[in-house]
Design a protein around this ligand. Structure first.
Ligand code: DON
Length: 317
């Protein structure tokens, strides 16, 4: 009879600190790969030779390495949390306004919006994130406070805040976002003032957090919707599962296929160089390294996640 395979979800099988140490050494030898985002002037100043990684488990343990306590601009990673808030507000009605398909196009693409009549392909493209922002503006009394409190509670860190300089820089350079928002509005798929929607979107992108904050804050998606930091049920297990599936198919834009192939975890990236990932029922992770590949995902962050799932067998496949 065939011996049962080992269960990769049994964390007692690994020395996680040793694994993180190995990844850190490997990554530091590759510093310089990728290119820091420079289309938002305030992001262009971030040094490229940074790497941090953190893992958070539902029992409250954290494993971290490198620059895991250095804050960075979370950018599109925020789309996971605004999607959660939008789903909390209107449930499945959200899917009348945004689709759930991978796009195969860059995050700021306008192209599908024309022939798909203002319905964004998924909630993680900029177009889809603007729908989540619009839903939040329509359904929460104080949207900014709601988002900040949500992030602080998920991270278990009252210090989480936004960076005004980044938000201003985005507002001054967000020509494509202005185009996307107006385009969607022309199909009557935005209810609020276009500038208000954009301002909320810039604010969410300017949230500043570190790898430990983000690993903790994504834990509710690994734990059936339960947030360990605040001991609250944030979403139903079903909603958590659905958000994970969207992260798998669309969280890294037109590199989602490659991510599934090499990493095999639901993940969401941002042009600040952060990537959050989820091992369902096991842990939340965050990696950060500012050099981006040509698809806008952290080059060394992707490498680190790839090495992690290879060394542990913790891919979902
Ligand atoms: O919309 C933008 O240009 C940025 N503020 C957010 C983009 C982002 O992080 C996309 N991710 N890879």
């Amino acid at each position: 009879m065939r011996k049962p395979a080992h269960n990769p979800r049994d964390l007692s099988l690994y020395d996680l600190d040793d694994i993180l140490g190995t990844i850190d050494r490997e990554v530091r030898q590759r510093f310089g790969e990728g290119k820091v985002a420079d289309y938002i002037p305030s992001l262009a100043d971030v040094p490229i030779d940074r790497f941090g990684m953190a893992l958070a488990t539902p029992d409250g343990r954290i494993h971290e390495v490198g620059d895991a306590r250095e804050r960075f601009s979370i950018q599109s990673v925020s789309k996971v949390y605004t999607l959660t808030l939008a789903m909390q507000a209107i449930g499945d009605d959200l899917w009348k306004r945004v689709d759930r398909e991978p796009s195969g196009d860059p995050f700021n693409s306008l192209i599908q919006l024309e022939y798909e009549k203002g319905i964004p392909r998924n909630p993680f493209m900029n177009a889809g994130a603007l729908i989540s922002a619009d839903v939040i503006l329509s359904n929460y009394e104080d949207p900014e406070k709601t988002l900040l409190e949500f992030m602080r509670a998920r991270a278990g860190n009252p210090e989480v805040g936004t960076d005004e300089v980044v938000a201003k820089s985005e507002r001054e350079s967000g020509f494509r976002n202005v185009a996307v928002a107006n385009f969607i509005r022309s199909f009557k798929n935005l209810d609020n003032d276009v500038q208000d929607v954009l301002d909320f979107y810039y604010l969410q992108c300017s949230l500043c957090m570190d790898c430990v904050d983000l690993a903790r804050s994504v834990l509710y998606l690994a734990d059936g919707g339960h947030c360990a930091s605040s001991d609250t049920q944030v979403t139903s297990p079903e909603v958590a599962t659905r958000i994970n599936s969207l992260m798998m198919t669309a969280g890294t834009y037109d590199a989602a296929g490659d991510f599934a192939f090499y990493v095999g975890l639901p993940a969401k990236s941002g042009v600040g160089g952060g990537i959050v990932a989820v091992v369902p029922h096991v842990m939340g992770l965050c990696v950060w390294s500012p050099g981006l590949d040509e698809k806008g995902n952290s080059a060394l962050g992707r490498y680190a996640l790839h090495r992690f799932t290879r060394m542990t067998g913790l891919s979902v496949f």
